[in-house]
Design a protein around this ligand. Structure first.
Ligand SMILES: [Zn+2]
Length: 181
């Protein structure tokens, strides 16, 4: 008999697939491929991908785009009972937005050693001084989420080798996930 935990796992993976689709849209537009979806009672109420270059907006991260769409859809800034799925560990700004929106649960794919604010640089979702602490699950489709970034940067490196020669290191693409272009 299937446990309730594995059912949750299967649901998380299928929603992360949708976040990966969003990340793919970002890649098609030459944006760092990060995608997010917000799910409320089993349905997607917000989707977004990184559009920082297209919009020339520092806040146009996948999570912000998805949260704003979800708030518009649900007519509420409070996203209670929602889960945010995002392919990459959120940055400090996005964790801030997740906390502001009172999102109770965050699921992300791979770590961002350079800017992640959930585990890598900060543990902002666990800070007892804040009035809201989302539950976190990480590592859902981790390899796929990482791979789309690795492929993007490897393609970019071939296209613009000089622009990246100083930013890429042998330690891995993770260190440059948020590299400025
Ligand atoms: Zn962010």
């Amino acid at each position: 008999m299937e446990s309730s935990l594995s059912r949750i796992d299967a649901g998380d993976s299928s929603f992360m697939e949708l976040a990966l689709e969003e990340a793919g849209r970002a890649a098609e537009n030459d944006e760092v491929p990060v995608g997010a979806v917000v799910v409320y009672e089993g349905r997607v109420v917000g989707r977004g991908h990184n559009r920082r270059e297209a919009l020339q907006r520092p806040t146009a991260h996948a999570e912000i785009m998805a949260l704003e769409q979800a708030s518009a859809e649900l007519q509420s800034w409070r996203l209670q009972d929602c889960t945010l799925y995002v392919t990459l560990e959120p940055c400090l700004m996005c964790v801030g937005a997740i906390i502001q929106a009172r999102v109770p649960r965050l699921v992300f794919g791979c770590l961002d050693p350079k800017a992640g604010a959930v585990e890598s640089l900060y543990h902002a979702c666990e800070d007892p001084r804040l009035n809201h602490r989302p539950a976190v699950r990480r590592g859902v489709l981790e390899e796929e989420c990482r791979q789309i970034l690795v492929e993007f940067f490897s393609r970019l490196r071939k296209k613009e080798p000089s622009a990246f020669s100083n930013q890429l290191s042998a330690e891995g693409e993770g260190k440059v996930l948020k590299a400025d272009r």
